[in-house]
Design a protein around this ligand. Sequence first.
Ligand SMILES: [Fe+2]
Ligand SMILES: [Fe+2]
Length: 265
Amino acid sequence: MSVTRIAHLSDLHLLEEDVRRRRGVARLQVEYLSLKRPLNPDGRRARAELALADAAAADPDHLVITGDLTEDGVVGQYDVLRQLLDGCGLEPGRVTLLPGNHDGHGLAWAEALAGPLDRWAATSRPGEGVRLSGVRILPVSTAVEQAFWKSSGRAPDDQLAEVVRTATAAHELVILAQHHPPFRVRMHWIHGLQNVSDVAQLLAANPNVSLLYGHMHVARDVEVAPGEGARAFAPCAVVDGDDPLRIYAVDGNRLVPLERGAAAA
Ligand SMILES: [Fe+2]
Ligand SMILES: [Fe+2]
């Protein structure tokens, strides 16, 4: 029986082609959100294109992209994402998209899934999620309405309840996919997950749940309980990281990170 493999990318921060034509508040907003990264739409697009090509070449059963897909969620940025996904060689049914805090300033996530990203809605909308051999992937949207200078998130109670229901009934691996990390971060009230303790408790109480996240732009494996092995995983950011693709194998009710070479083999 073949092993189910999951690919993971995060934090593309795509820009629309004519972003430099922005003026006024729209220009200030995108400059602020870009931090010190230059407003180079071609460079951002090239990095995302390469990462998606690497993901497709690894031929995973499924690809999860954990948010900050765009710099500030305007239609032109989602159009770039759609073009890249269309051209990457992975059909929409094999890709799950999550919203990050950057994706909520233009279209609301539900509007993006009903519009530019409609072909990825079935695998990305919170709810039933994706069913693969030996694993369920449940997307959880942590996007909240907030001032543009904040980057916090919140995992909705009903979506977490669905993860618990599935984990209790499934007796197999459940992957909770969300943008924000399941631990406290520096200046948490600005940058962190508002209900981080709910997600941490969910992981502690359900050993067959693993979590994929982004937001921090740093690759990391996180243990829920000391000595039991990592159960939460993040890649470095596509927008500014080296080697941003991660691949994991499903092994019973655990998710096991593979070396890149092993994944390619
Ligand atoms: Fe980000
Ligand atoms: Fe983020």
